[in-house]
Design a protein around this ligand. Structure first.
Ligand code: TXA
Ligand code: MG
Length: 317
């Protein structure tokens, strides 16, 4: 049964967080802003609650979820931290870095969270609302992006409501998210190698700098099942998408960048951080436009532009 009534919305204040914590405690789902995108949160220790996430998203159940924790101490209850994980946590937590680590045997996590993998993806988010929800509930929270599976990730509460409607029990409205692109996922392997499994706001170069002499241990390949969520077709706005477009063709809604004006611009000044923050809002706007197709201006393949182009390629696939 899928609910059709509009979801309840609350503000990201004390009473809103308290209401959300109650929903979480009884195994419900809450859409909550993070510094990257809105997440669809449920308690990670309950198989029923986690099933609620998969149901609301319509997500294939081989795709594991990111588990959010308030701090490193909570993360260490769930996964084995080696020296590299400690360095990365010190450098980037709280923030937009997710680490895939060996799951502890005694971790109190529903099996479905990591979809049968021996690892778990952990993130300590920086956003006040998500931090408050983690602390008030005292629980680790599984939270994928709060959109129907395969769709464009939400950066506002309106995006969540449009995508999930009554499938989510409660939405915490904290305004537009700051960074706008999902966290970087780094896999730290037992053999000492590591790989960026999903590019994001924290670049591979920044990670390599922190890991120092482990730079040569970086491998560009994600090995098979390592990043099962990285399907080619993802972030799909529901229309054909053409990339690298300096000029739009008839029937195309043009997303510009820098000198390429377009119908709407990711950043008129050519600022990549602004472009990242606006990417999904622009894709949502393009999806809602009357034009049958979408064209996107070229984006430089540097810094967070790498993550922007990764998402655009998937949107175009
Ligand atoms: O910024 C973000 O990371 C947002 C916010 C809400 O925190 N969350 C997010 O979650 O993007 P989601 O579920 O949409 O993306 C999870 C990704 C998927 O690509 C999945 O394959 C990967 O993380 N993942 C999760 N657990 C994994 C594991 N044990 N090994 C490898 N990849 C894993
Ligand atoms: Mg997602």
């Amino acid at each position: 049964m899928v609910a059709t009534k509009p979801p309840v919305r609350v503000r990201a204040d004390e009473s809103g967080i308290a209401a959300a914590a109650e929903v979480i405690a009884r195994g419900g789902t809450v859409a909550v802003p993070t510094e990257t995108v809105y997440g669809l949160a449920a308690r990670a220790d309950s198989a029923d609650a986690v099933a609620g996430i998969y149901r609301a998203k319509g997500r294939p159940d081989f795709n594991p979820l990111i588990v959010h924790v308030p701090d490193v101490a909570a993360a260490e209850q769930l996964a084995t931290f080696d020296a590299r994980a400690r360095l990365l946590a010190e450098a980037f937590w709280p923030g937009a870095l997710t680490m895939v680590l060996p799951r502890r045997g005694d971790a109190v996590l529903a099996a479905a969270v990591s979809a049968g993998l021996p690892t778990v993806a952990l993130r300590c988010p920086a956003h006040g609302a998500m931090q408050a929800l983690l602390r008030v509930t005292g629980l680790a929270l599984a939270a994928p992006s709060a959109n129907r599976s395969g769709g464009v990730s939400p950066t506002t509460a309106d995006h969540v409501a449009a995508s999930l409607g009554g499938r989510v029990d409660l939405i915490i409205d904290g305004g537009a998210t700051e960074q706008g692109l999902e966290s970087t996922i780094v896999g730290l392997r037992d053999d000492g190698t590591w790989a960026v499994l999903r590019p994001g706001p924290i670049t591979a170069d920044a990670i390599a700098r922190v890991l120092g002499d482990a730079v040569e241990a970086m491998t560009s390949d994600a090995r098979g099942i390592e990043a099962p969520g990285q399907l080619a077709s993802h972030y799909a706005p529901g229309k054909p998408v053409r990339l690298g477009a300096q000029v739009a063709e008839p029937g195309e809604f043009h997303i510009g960048f820098g000198a390429v004006a377009g119908d709407i611009s990711l950043s008129t000044s050519g600022d990549l951080a602004e472009a990242a923050a606006r990417l999904y809002a622009c894709l949502h706007a393009a999806a809602d436009a009357e034009d049958a197709r979408i064209a996107v201006a070229p984006i430089p393949e540097q810094g967070i532009g790498i993550a922007i182009n990764d998402r655009l390629r998937r949107a175009a696939a």
